[in-house]
Design a protein. Structure first.
Length: 276
């Protein structure tokens, strides 16, 4: 549409600045005018009428190229900031999630060392004193992932090798010689998975209830991914609009497939510009 090319060249006739950027702005403006004209033609207007109405809607010859350039540059800057923030949030959440996971693994290892010390004190004892219980309670209170610790004396089973069924039956019908429970920690484990570990050695049988995995690291990563996904979609939609391809199909593709969808769009756009 020659009239549109003439209008765009007129608007940017006295605009100074980076030539490549100006050409890009002119192309974006040209695309918007062509799209508007095509819509008007589909409504029954002639090409000449459609082009003239599209130009008038855009502001006619009163519009200054510098103003249009500022508008497009503002959109680009905003979309670029949105994309940078989205990617930064994703990377930050992954790093932070990994740090939290590593800290959790270290805490579990430290809890294991305390468990070993507790077991060495119990040492196949049939009974424990109140003083011993107080010491054991204070030791287990230092753990970060132990919600419960039970010690059973099982010498009365009289088996040469441990039969898990016999041990489980004993545990089910007998109270533990020593029982520790961290109620404060239990109150904080609403969204955490609790696992039970067992250990039998000599006359001792131990049952530990520990936080199997904290969801905090996964939640941090998930929140980061959601924020990134939303911001990428905003950037993608703005970019499609600037390229004059804000169509339902492309929006759905970018929103659902994210980077893959945008790459597919770029490939299509590249192919459509190449002469057949």
């Amino acid at each position: 549409m020659k009239r549109i090319d003439e209008y765009v060249n007129f608007i940017y006739k006295h605009v100074s600045g980076d030539k490549e950027e100006i050409e890009e702005l002119k192309e974006e403006m040209r695309n918007h005018l062509i799209e508007c004209a095509e819509e008007l033609k589909s409504e029954g207007k002639s090409e000449k009428q459609a082009v003239q109405m599209a130009i008038e809607r855009f502001g006619g010859e009163k519009v200054k190229g510098s103003v249009i350039g500022e508008i497009f540059n503002t959109q680009k800057l905003f979309s670029k900031i949105v994309l940078i923030v989205g990617v930064a949030m994703l990377l930050l959440s992954i790093v932070l999630g990994e740090v939290i996971a590593l800290a959790g693994n270290k805490a579990i290892e430290e809890d294991g060392e305390i468990h070993a010390e507790v077991l060495s004190i119990l040492d196949d004892q049939e009974t424990i004193t109140d003083d011993q219980k107080e010491v054991l309670d204070s030791m287990l209170a230092e753990t970060q992932y132990t919600t419960a610790y039970k010690y059973y004396y099982i010498s009365d089973l009289e088996v040469e090798s441990f039969d898990h069924d016999l041990v489980e039956a004993h545990v089910e019908h007998n109270a533990p010689v020593y029982h520790y429970e961290n109620k404060e920690l239990l109150e904080k484990t609403l969204f955490m998975e609790i696992g039970t570990t067992t250990e039998s050695a000599g006359n001792s049988h131990i049952e530990n209830e520990i936080i199997k995995n904290s969801p905090l690291s996964n939640m941090v990563v998930l929140v980061g991914m959601v924020i990134y996904w939303i911001l990428f979609n905003i950037w993608g939609i703005i970019t499609l609009y600037q390229r004059n391809h804000l169509k339902v199909g492309w929006v759905i593709l970018v929103v659902t497939l994210n980077v893959v969808g945008y790459v597919l769009y770029l490939q299509w756009d590249k192919n459509s510009r190449e002469p057949s």
